[in-house]
Design a protein around this ligand. Structure first.
Ligand code: KIV
Length: 308
């Protein structure tokens, strides 16, 4: 058994969750809870809590970096945050989102970029958006041993083409296209697929037809697992929280109240207290300030600047 260490972290000997473990969970009917994660301290908490998959989503751009879309997120930004999350985990499978244009331009570039997430940043898998249009990329990645997660339905990197963040697959034609996308991604070798903003019945039907797990976000309860943007879940989202998110905490309110208390304590002098400070020998201080016997006879003591 892997007993957590004194700090509550999974034991250093803890085995990483692998894509094989994710397949086992699906086969056993265990629902998979995945969360996005962008930094080291949050990764530590989510890992300690036992979340099996942490996605360094390119939602990073919107919820952490303040961009207006995910289209602006760069490889370097994704690598930087993936490294931090990987350092903060012992158990979770870390999946890195491949940013816009880091894949799909040429197979060679896709492989090179995906490889950096594993060999340089410490991720265990990558995620790519798109169904049939991305199947070739997924096939190439998995052929050389890079586990890939698909992402269909609303694919935010295509927001300019989709014309907004809307539920997908509501017409006969788009629902069929989504089913084909799911099958293409599975056929290409993806170990799981995210279904974003898809009607619940369609997501459940896709889940039934696939052998790989589906991870839903705004896709109803019939998926093999769920993913949420961690800042939505924790109540840290500055703007409107999406309808599909459930807010489990009010960290924004907690943080605000905490920093207001801190500011008041600084203003009143209540912070820092004795327990938050260090003392030195009063005599030594007096000596340094030139009030000791030694200071009065510079020849015998350490000369101070003013004595030179
Ligand atoms: O970037 C992201 O956060 C995502 C999830 C919404 C699945 O892709």
């Amino acid at each position: 058994m892997n007993t957590p260490d004194a700090a509550g972290r999974p034991a250093p000997t803890t085995k990483r969750v692998t894509v094989a473990e994710i397949a086992r969970m699906r086969a056993a009917g265990e629902r998979i809870a995945m969360l996005t994660c962008y930094d080291y301290p949050t990764a530590r908490v989510l890992d300690e809590a036992g979340i099996p998959i942490l996605l360094v989503g390119d939602s990073l751009g919107m919820v952490v970096l303040g961009y207006d879309t995910t289209v602006r997120v760069s490889m370097e930004e994704m690598l930087h945050h993936t490294r931090a999350v990987a350092r903060g985990t012992r158990r979770a499978l870390v999946v890195a989102d491949m940013p816009f244009l880091s894949y799909g331009v040429s197979v060679e570039a896709s492989l090179a970029n995906a490889g950096r997430f594993l060999s340089d940043a410490g991720a265990g898998a990558v995620k790519v958006e798109g169904g049939e249009r991305t199947a070739r990329t997924i096939e190439a990645l998995t052929r050389i041993g890079i586990p890939a997660m698909g992402h269909i339905g609303l694919t935010p990197q295509a927001v300019h083409q989709l014309g907004g963040y809307r539920v997908q697959g509501r017409t006969r034609q788009s629902a069929r296209a989504l089913l084909n996308d799911a099958l293409a991604v599975q056929q290409a070798g993806a170990f799981a697929v995210v279904l974003e903003l898809v009607p619940a019945q369609l997501a459940a039907a896709i889940t039934e037809r696939l052998t790989i797990p589906t991870i839903g976000i705004g896709a109803g309860a019939g998926c093999s697992g769920q993913v949420q943007v961690v800042t939505d879940l924790l109540g840290l989202t500055a703007d409107r929280t999406p309808r599909h998110a459930r807010v489990y905490a009010d960290l924004r309110g907690e943080i605000r109240a905490a920093v207001e208390r801190y500011q008041a304590d600084v203003a009143s002098g209540a912070f820092p207290a004795e327990a938050e400070s260090w003392r030195m020998e009063d005599e030594l201080l007096a000596e340094v300030l030139g009030r000791s016997e030694l200071d009065r006879t510079p020849a015998e003591g350490i000369p101070l600047d003013r004595d030179l």
